[in-house]
Design a protein around this ligand. Structure first.
Ligand SMILES: Cc1cc2nc3c(=O)[nH]c(=O)nc-3n(C[C@H](O)[C@H](O)[C@H](O)COP(=O)(O)O)c2cc1C
Length: 370
């Protein structure tokens, strides 16, 4: 596994489901990561947790992420991931959620660097593939110990380190601190992967070059624009029409049918994911380099509430920008039940007549995760 010169998909609980990862592969993503799996649940052979370690045969460069506090559990989970084809295993040290940190996993590990060092060391010895670690800058703004944590991870044998440029306390309230990411990258000889707020190809290249990181990782940007990977590789934007975007979302529904099965039970399972994806899709706005490149240097576009100042938007465009959950539910069902993308579009237009789109419906970008 080469951790340099790559654009990684971030581990995304719920978002990084297998059908969505397949959609990303189709749109230029080459390095995928699974959803975080609890090591102690893998030890108990939990079916749903083991499913999170599974990759699709088309994923030729796949890493699994685990949450663990104890080395024996982490090793069992890491081996299970490697047996299922993961090329590396990542240890989560950034998850801020109360249920995770109270069990000594996720961001708590940042507060116990010596324990983390031993955990990584044991994982490196016991897991047959490289081990990476994903950290935040620290627990709070006043307790930023990422430099020390990064050094300990390297000395313990970690093959790479992802730095999400925010603290546990900040969640998504602040822009990611790429200067801090750059400092850690300069201090370390193992590859450092920079993560935070990458939404466009030009922001990605700008922050990649200026920070000197080995690689970059995108999370919410991929949820909003599954085609972001291709944009980054080609250094140019694809600004799909509403009709083209609906076809992409239709494709995701098809992939969910293949994965969950095209029956009532499969539909029920897919409906736990597909409407949720629309919470992200509805945030898409074309962000042309001509207009936004300068603004993006002072403030990342992903953290900025974009002005909805475009006029003359089509009905379909307005519908896809609408943030109402009840509408997302209907759009998801409509995609599931349409035989092809053209019929889906006709039905979406009929839906727009029934539920006239509401402008500016998308809520805050922050989620509990990260
Ligand atoms: C829906 C969602 C789920 C996430 N799940 C995980 C996770 O399971 N493990 C993890 O390390 N980070 C998780 N994160 C954090 C991302 O991996 C990433 O570090 C963070 O979103 C910053 O990158 P971004 O600004 O490109 O989104 C999640 C983020 C989101 C939005």
């Amino acid at each position: 596994m080469d951790f340099r010169g790559r654009v990684f998909l971030a581990p995304l609980t719920k978002g990084g489901n297998l059908p969505f990862r397949r959609l990303l592969l189709q749109h230029g993503c080459t390095v995928t990561m699974g959803e975080m799996a609890y090591a102690y649940q893998v030890v108990r052979r939990s079916k749903s947790e083991l499913a999170l370690l599974r990759k699709h045969p088309d994923e030729s460069c796949f890493g699994a992420q685990i949450a663990a506090s104890k080395a024996p559990d982490a090793i069992v989970a890491g081996k299970a991931a490697a047996e299922r084809g993961a090329l590396w295993v990542d240890l989560n040290c950034g998850c801020p959620i109360h249920d995770v940190v109270k069990r000594g996993m996720g961001a708590t590990l940042l507060q116990r660097p010596a324990h983390l060092g031993k955990l990584v060391e044991e994982m490196v010895k016991g897991i047959p593939v490289p081990v990476s670690v994903k950290i935040r800058l620290g627990w709070t703004e006043g307790e930023q110990n990422a430099s020390e944590v990064a050094r300990i991870c390297q000395e313990s044998g970690a093959a790479a380190l992802t730095v999400h440029g925010r603290t546990r306390e900040q969640r998504y309230s602040r822009a990611a601190d790429w200067a801090a990411i750059a400092r850690i990258a300069a201090e370390r000889s193992i590859p450092v992967i920079g993560n935070g707020d990458l939404l466009t190809w030009y922001e990605t290249h700008e922050r990649w070059q200026q920070s000197g990181v080995a690689s970059v990782m995108v999370g919410r940007g991929a949820l909003i624009k599954p085609w972001l990977f291709r944009e980054i590789t080609e250094k140019q934007a694809w600004e799909p029409t509403a009709s083209e975007r609906l076809a992409v979302y239709f494709d995701l529904a098809q992939k969910m049918k293949l994965h969950f099965r095209d029956d009532e039970k499969g539909k029920e399972r897919a409906m736990r994911f597909l409407p949720w994806h629309f919470e992200w899709f509805c945030r898409y706005r074309p962000l042309s380099a001509q207009r936004w490149v300068e603004a993006s240097k002072t403030h990342p576009l992903l953290q900025t509430r974009m002005p909805d100042d475009e006029t003359d938007l089509s009905v379909l465009e307005l519908l896809l920008r609408d943030g109402r959950p009840e509408l997302h539910q209907k759009l998801a069902l409509l995609l599931w039940e349409s035989p092809d993308a053209a019929v889906a579009e006709e039905r979406a237009l009929a839906l727009a007549a029934e539920m006239p789109p509401v402008a500016g419906g998308a809520g805050e970008m922050a989620t509990a995760h990260g």
